[in-house]
Ligand binder design. Sequence first.
Ligand code: CUA
Length: 637
Amino acid sequence: MKTTKKYWIALAIVAATGFVGCGKQSSTSKGDRTANALATYVAPGEKDEYYLFYSGGHSGQVFVAGLPSLRHISTIPVFAPYPGTGYGFDEASKKMLGDFTWGDMHHPALSQTDSKYDGRWLFVNDVANNRIARIDLRDFKTHQILGPIPNSMGNHGSSFVTENTEYILCATRFSVPLPKGRVADPKDYEKEFNGMVSGIKVDPQTGEMKVGWQILTPPFDWDLGSTGKGPSSGWAFWTNYNTAMAHDVLEANATQKDRDLCAIVNWRAAAQAVADGKAQMMDGVPIIDPAKVPGILYFVPIGKSPHGFDVDPTGKWVVAGGKLQPATTVLNFEKVQAAINNKTFEGNFRGVPILKYEAVVEGEVPVGLGPLHTQYDGKGFAYTSMFIDSCIVKWKLPPWSDEEKKDLNKVVLDKVQTHFATGHLVVAGSDTKNPYGKWLVALNKLSAGRHIDVGPAEPESSQLIDISGDKMKMVAEAYTEPEPHFAQILKVSEIQPAEVYPKDENKDPNAVWDKAQTGVTRNGNQVVAKLTAIRSRFTPDRIDAQVGDTLTIYLTNIEQTRDMIHGFGIVENNINITVDPGETKTMKLKLTKTGVFPFYCTNFCSALHQEMQGYLVVWKTGEGPANPAPAGATAQR
Ligand code: CUA
């Protein structure tokens, strides 16, 4: 389908005004108000039915909300320090964050078993620093950050989980000279730069991630992807918006072609090729050159600068959002498979076969302007977010009747206005074989003053749409911190988060549980303090040390009661951690100034929370009661 003149006029309007759509007034008719309120009202004492896990974009965090209330319930810090939970202040989380204090989180993915959510982990990617993190849904905390991933720049086309969480698949947004560290002039982009698809191996028991293998690609800008299931089991798909391989003024130079070459990857064959020794090592990672190892990578042309690629719950239909083409393109994976087997190619690019467009495409559905992402309800319907038209379009997946095929306008069934410029959207379980629930959440890029004013920058908006009937119905909206990209929805009944960390599961060798084990010891200039926290005291509540010492504090919360959390802040020492019941945390400080520094519980824990305090006494070097205490001895009081 050619881009129409009307389309470009609309684009110009969007560029000039920021959005199109239906203005700032309420979109809810009077008669609907009560019904909508009742549909989303979660009364005091009642609970939501679903979790909504929003990616927090460049805040580096995951926001947890309830559905249908859209109420924010919790924030999970991942790529940025968060004093609210002490994340990034204790040694374990500081080590995970490494040298970075931010990340750009985009696409959360729940772990799957047999193409269904298994409620174990949530994986999130960091575009900026080429990382992947794993959140454990047992305690809603970040347990691993992997990266920066070698040979990979701009980890945007990520994180896509395979059918049994064998791999998390990622593709690069940016291309650079590889391996990283090598320098070439961007003018030599086509020759010197490369992109990469990475397979991150996930341990089936522990969830521990490691870089498995990589597939070298031309310097295209890979965009969003999706993994296969059913007939497309073992395959993965990425769109691309820079087949032109432009390296400057991409706005104009990357958008010249009517169709861009998107990637179809046989990840199972890639893993096998590496096992068979068909890879070369680069920066410690086995790399497959798809021109030398056939059967791993295919290209398919898709119009135009497509954005999302989403596999439907049956695994047969693979839908690309056209972004700059007012249509979604529906690939039939059975035809893809046949085209591969019969070599129905329209040439190759750098030795990688290009599948013949007409042989694999089922149809282009004229959904409207700016289609980005598609989600599915498992009942044969697709829902596409429209960035420019600011709406969600519901349409019917194939198989289509002959009459529908003649005019695919007939499969476009419903549109609901959103406010404004919807990016991602999410339907519960859309990326599994069993979507569930009646809700769709539109994640909008602009809120355009639909909320109380908060200054020049406005929050992002989310809108809740009931998709249980023939017609979609917008029922509620809410706002979030920057900046949700994608989200995942999980039934609350699918998981059973921990209430405390049981004492016998605490394997920290420095955990202490009673007064006799606590104390402060010195070895040279290394001072170690082992403390317990319980309502409403720290034991000991005095630590003596000296300038020049390195002080390590191990703090164990010996409570076994849910939500009995204690904090530990040291005044003027930039330390604030929290410890959950049964947890031990480690803090390390290099002492550089004398003084008496109060420490206190920062997390309200009881009526005597205010009394939960103590002193860090930092003496001049060579002075104070702890000096010279023999190694292993408890400091005098
Ligand atoms: Cu312990 Cu406040």
